[in-house]
Design a protein around this ligand. Structure first.
Ligand code: XMP
Ligand code: MG
Length: 184
């Protein structure tokens, strides 16, 4: 099998290596399994950034799980968030009386997740947990916190492991910092 060509990204500094990510995701998965205490759960991935995290996390949770996905867009220009979020794709299945675990790639201003949290709450799930692979607490506008956080990071724009810049780099196995030279 040919080796994937990541040459365009080899100059981007690695923030978390593939091994660091895998080890941390395993810990989070085991923690979630313990907290579910044998009860089934619906894992809800926030598209598209959480797809890879969900795939790895789910296999470490190992409990009785189903998957669902939502997609939301928050209107941003530069670093400013308008606070308006639009639901682009809703859940496929009802979550009433179910344990849900909302899985997000990165918790930034918190605008997207607070919107989604209220949306899910209205459907009366049995419990809601939030898992975010990354957390940028310094950017928070909405007072929301994740129950499970992979890593806290400073205010850098990151790509890889599901996260993109203009839809690229999602398939990088590491998480890298997108430097201004690459954006230019
Ligand atoms: P809020 O601000 O609503 O936004 O918490 C969370 C969403 O913003 C995106 N985001 C990023 N995406 N690298 C990315 O690829 C980043 O550094 C970054 N920071 C925020 C992401 O889609 C997340 O779901
Ligand atoms: Mg996202």
């Amino acid at each position: 099998m040919p080796t994937p060509d990541y040459t365009a990204t080899e100059n981007l500094p690695i923030l978390f290596s593939r091994d660091q990510i895998q080890a941390r995701v395993a810990e989070l998965g085991h923690q979630i399994r313990e907290d579910l205490n044998g009860e089934p759960a619906v894992l809800i991935g926030v598209l598209k950034g959480a797809a890879i995290f969900l795939a790895d996390l789910a296999r470490n949770i190992g409990a009785d799980c189903t998957f669902d996905f939502v997609s939301a867009s928050s209107y941003k220009s530069g670093t400013q968030t308008s606070g308006a979020v639009q639901l682009i794709k809703d859940l496929d299945e009802p979550i009433e009386n179910k344990n849900i675990v909302v899985i997000e790639d990165i918790l930034d201003t918190g605008v997207t997740l607070s919107f989604l949290y209220s949306h899910f709450e209205r459907h009366k799930p049995r419990s809601i947990r939030i898992a975010a692979l990354l957390d940028k607490p310094s950017r928070r506008i909405q007072p929301i916190r994740a129950d499970y956080v992979g890593f806290e990071i400073p205010n850098e724009f990151v790509v890889g492991y599901g996260m993109d810049y203009a839809e690229r780099y999602r398939n990088l196995p590491d998480i890298r910092i997108l430097t201004p030279e690459v954006i230019a």
